[in-house]
Design a protein around this ligand. Structure first.
Ligand code: AMP
Length: 498
């Protein structure tokens, strides 16, 4: 039942057109598994993490089905309800519906707590097709008679495990009683312990089960290491690592498009052939870069996360995270580019002081401690000018200048909920989370050999801080900042919303 092209699913043309505009070339595994069932109107129970493309996995068939069976909008009575645990994720999901449905006459509204309810009441009174909501605010709106769930045709419950972590179980139990029995339900969770499957049973009828590989499995296959390094020395560190001939085919990830270009320029000056691939490159430029990488004429490909999605190149021996992603799931996707088909892959991450929080988040997600690799002996100091300009740049970011992109890590958790987070205008995508791993090894390591045996075994250790977050935390304020990741992902989408 695995289809390989979006056009194989029978999705309406306006949706296919929107996907092309988004730059999606082929379905992700969760999409390939979920869409056919959802198109048939079947219930689905899916195990998938953020970052797998699960939003489109449910949004595309929903839009198709609504469009195929048009109905006049009724005040206060949406046709689709998507429940999500946090306001950030809700905003992200609503944006996805709007993006994929841009060529359809359907409307999407998002409601969450922490902002005035009257605007939301007004929007609902006008009638919307798709409502994305956090459970608490949804119930408030029902209680105020601003919303009825009587006409819901399709329900999505997203990130069910987080819903429970955040203490929404009672809200969910109440919501299910307000929904029509005749409906389609799509249920997603990153994990499926007994408590979650029991919850799923209360929502679903004869569901199709779909799953994508748990992120931890990917992470466990790849040998990882981290090098703590100041921003200004990252370029020279990269060049030093790349002098090791065992680094045969390497994908280097930067957070921004501008960063990717800068790295390639630096490599060029150092006499190392590299090519960049990101959203500002034209299709022919991308194709040329990829072809060179595939045929081995260019051994270094520098990419942003978005550009790297869908790149499938055999034999990537190393992944280097020049910048750590601020969404931890992206880290797993990045390192999964190596170690394909059972091959062993090596992933080396550069981590400056600001990125240490991201490292911590990554280690929480993967439940693995990333071994630390010392800086290569004799690594030249940062060029004075670049260090100074870097510091100026970082200072300007901290000084409240609008930052469209990723927030400085230290600011995470203090953001106003529902406020689009700002950061680097070039940010094309972002991961986060990591932790300060084990203590640096005793001796200097061979450049390009990410970890010795000792470190290799350390890789399998679960960090002590790995347990899941405590229950009952208010939405979007989890100490592990997981939703911050979603928020950043939300921001990443904004350039594509036209
Ligand atoms: P999600 O797991 O739904 O949060 O999606 C993660 C990211 O993948 C989002 O930035 C999506 O825009 C992107 N994405 C989803 N499906 C595809 C696809 N088929 N091709 C490329 N990117 C995708």
């Amino acid at each position: 039942m695995t289809l390989t092209l979006f056009s194989d699913f029978g999705l309406a043309q306006p949706i296919l057109k929107a996907l092309a505009a988004e730059g999606y070339e082929k379905p992700t595994p969760i999409q390939a598994q979920t869409i056919p069932y959802a198109m048939e109107g079947r219930d689905v129970c899916g195990i998938a993490q953020t970052g797998t493309g699960k939003t489109a996995a449910f949004a595309l068939p929903i839009l198709h089905r609504l469009n195929a069976n048009p109905k006049p909008r009724k005040p206060k009575s949406p046709r689709v309800l998507v429940l999500s645990p946090t306001r950030e994720l809700s905003g992200q999901i609503a944006d996805s519906f709007k993006a994929y449905g841009r060529n359809l006459r359907l409307t999407t509204e998002v409601v969450f707590g922490g902002v005035t309810i009257s605007r939301q009441e007004k929007a609902l009174a006008q009638g919307v097709d798709v409502l994305v909501a956090t459970p608490g605010r949804l119930i408030d709106l029902v209680d105020r008679r601003a919303l009825s769930l009587r006409d819901i045709e399709i329900l999505v419950l997203d990130e069910a495990d987080q819903m429970l972590d955040l203490g929404f179980i009672h809200a969910l139990k109440r919501i299910v009683t307000l929904l029509p029995k005749e409906r389609q339900s799509l249920f997603f969770s990153a994990t499926m312990p007994k408590t979650i499957s029991t919850l799923a049973d209360s929502f679903l009828r004869d569901p199709a089960h779909v799953a994508v590989t748990p992120v931890a499995t990917t992470a466990e296959r790849v040998e990882q290491s981290v090098i703590f390094v100041q921003t200004g020395r990252k370029q020279v560190l990269l060049e030093t690592l790349l002098r090791d001939p065992s680094i045969d085919r390497v994908l280097v990830f930067t957070r921004t498009k501008h960063g990717a270009d800068k790295v390639v320029r630096g490599l060029d000056k150092a006499g190392i052939a590299g090519a960049a691939i990101h959203g500002n490159k034209s299709q022919p430029q991308r194709e040329r870069a990829l072809a060179g990488f595939r045929d081995g004429s260019c051994r270094v490909l520098v990419a942003t996360d978005i550009a790297a999605r869908g790149i499938d190149v055999e034999g990537v021996t190393h992944v280097i995270n020049y910048d750590l992603p601020n969404v931890p799931e992206s880290y797993v996707h990045r390192i999964g580019r190596t170690a394909r088909a059972g091959a062993t892959g090596l992933a080396i991450s550069f981590c400056n002081d600001e990125e240490k929080a991201y490292l911590k988040d990554i280690e929480k997600l993967t439940r693995l401690k990333v071994p630390v690799m010392p800086l290569p002996e004799g690594l030249p100091a940062a060029p004075a000018a670049s260090e100074a300009s870097e510091q100026r740049r970082e200072a300007s970011h901290r000084n409240g200048q609008p930052q469209r992109g990723r927030p400085a890590p230290h600011a995470r958790g203090n953001q106003g909920h529902g406020q689009p987070r700002t950061s680097d205008p070039n940010a094309e995508k972002g991961p986060k989370r990591r932790r300060r791993g084990g203590k640096p090894g005793n001796g200097q390591q061979q450049v390009g050999q990410p970890a010795g045996n000792q470190q290799r075994s350390a890789q399998a250790q679960r960090p002590a801080h790995a347990p899941r977050p405590a229950q009952g935390k208010p939405a979007a304020s989890r100490p592990d900042g997981r939703r911050d990741g979603a928020q950043v992902a939300w921001l990443e989408k904004s350039p594509r919303r036209r």
